[in-house]
Design a protein around this ligand. Structure first.
Ligand code: PLP
Length: 432
């Protein structure tokens, strides 16, 4: 624990001096993401094994959220350490701009392409989901521009939605809190309610010839776990086709097994033009994201005379990260985790749904192995998180009335049941 003295800055602007004599106890040097900056109560996690993580006091917690929706294969797997270590001692890193490639990136791209719902796609790699979203948006605009449709700039996104924290993604994210203080946001973004096909139709009716793409999470994740309204994704596909726009599925959460299929597009039987992914592709052992690019886009990019794709990250196609992806995907396949998602979905879904009483828990929104538990008015999801932590379960409060569960797919039945009983106790304690 860092013991340095903290300087308190008055709210008088960037160049203000610290108030003399206002030293208070230190916070750590780590400025946490997605956290109030003044927060100073943290749970230190030191170890993980399967669906459990352990605090620095040795206490075990069921990781009811696969960390942050990503740890599909569970924590602490030697096979992952071995694959990563082997790659580091063979070729740690080398960039892939221009004429360079490496075996793991070629193999990972081929593997992900084969798992995708596309015929003959290619895969662009990034380091995160946010970068994947930026990439998809740029590819959509580039594709229309190269095809001579230079007015197509508008991206349509849904409310609520979450598309990461880079600038395009922040703008596209349909959660107003993420827009506070950071504007002006990107122009040429239109928003529609997430479940209202008529609203999407309306936007196409007025701006159809200027829409480059619609971006949609097959299941809205971080804002609260909202499955698509029946026919919505099919309708979005139809409208994009009728008006010449591209359809982007942001599968950062739904990709690689969460819904019991390799992609949400496969689960819903709707094929987009671009798929963003991250999280479950490596189960978080190393950070990786990317975009699966369909032929419809590739045919334009590859055939544009003299075109040079001026878009790439230093770590696009990092061999060690790609080796981690390959090892992770091999585990998902070998251990039948797609099937297992169905079992986890059934058992945890039954358990959570059994807690619906109308007074405290009003609904459970679920697809595959991702769940949003809707709390009654007045029940604070942050309080529920705390009560759950006391009972050895980590879940995630989202929005004003939801607690999310999205456990590793290797979670045991015993630990699934612990999530359910802990939630029941947590809700009772919070109401008491
Ligand atoms: N898109 C979706 C659907 C997400 O759920 C997330 C993260 O939760 C992102 C994009 C951003 O990914 P990252 O946090 O890896 O940048």
């Amino acid at each position: 624990m860092c013991q340095r003295t903290k300087q308190v800055w008055p709210g008088r602007g960037f160049l203000s001096a610290p108030i003399p004599g206002s030293d208070v106890m230190a916070k750590s040097a780590f400025l946490h993401p997605t956290t109030p900056p003044a927060e100073d109560q943290f749970l230190t996690i030191v170890r993980g094994e399967g669906a459990l993580v352990f605090g620095d006091d040795g206490k075990a917690y069921v990781d009811g959220m696969a960390s942050l929706w990503y740890c599909t294969i569970g924590h602490g797997r030697q096979e992952m350490a071995d694959a990563i270590s082997r790659q580091i001692t063979t070729l740690d890193a080398f960039h892939t701009f221009e004429r360079y490639t490496n075996p793991p990136v070629e193999e990972a791209a081929a593997r992900i392409a084969a798992l995708s719902p596309f015929d003959d796609p290619r895969v662009f790699f990034t380091g995160s989901g946010s970068e994947a979203v930026e990439t998809a948006i740029k590819l959509a605009r580039i594709t229309h521009s190269l095809a001579g449709d230079t007015d197509r700039k508008i991206i349509v996104s849904r409310v609520p939605s979450y598309h990461g924290v880079a600038f395009a993604g922040t703008t596209l994210t349909g959660l107003p809190a993420f827009h506070e203080h950071v504007g002006p946001l990107l122009p040429d973004v239109l928003r529609v309610p997430h479940d209202d096909l008529a609203a999407l139709e309306e936007v196409f009716a007025t701006s159809g010839d200027r829409i480059a793409a619609v971006i949609a999470e097959p299941v809205v994740g971080a804002p609260g776990v909202y499955p698509p309204a029946p026919g919505y994704l099919e309708g979005a596909r139809r409208l994009c086709d009728e008006h010449g726009a591209l359809l982007i599925f942001d599968e950062v959460i739904t990709g690689f097994g969460r819904l019991g299929t390799w992609f949400g597009a496969i689960h819903y039987g709707v094929t987009p033009d671009l798929i963003t992914f991250a999280k479950g592709v490596t189960s978080g052992y190393l950070p990786l994201g990317g975009v699966v690019v369909s032929r419809r886009v590739l045919d334009v990019l590859e055939n544009a005379p003299g075109y040079f794709l001026r878009h790439g990250h230093t770590y696009s196609g990092h061999p060690t990260v790609c080796a981690a992806a390959l090892a992770n995907l091999a585990i998902v396949e070998r251990e039948g985790l797609l099937e297992r998602a169905k079992h986890v979905g059934q058992r945890l879904g039954d358990g959570l749904s059994g807690l619906i009483d109308g007074d405290r828990i009003v609904e459970v929104r679920a697809v595959g192995a991702m769940f949003g538990v809707g709390l009654a008015d007045g029940l604070d999801p942050i309080r529920i998180r705390e009560e759950l932590i006391d009972r050895g379960v980590i879940a995630r409060p989202i929005g004003t009335s939801t607690v999310a569960f999205c456990p590793p797919l290797v979670i045991t039945d015993e630990h699934i049941d612990q999530c359910v009983s802990a939630l029941e106790e947590a809700v009772t304690a919070a109401c008491g």
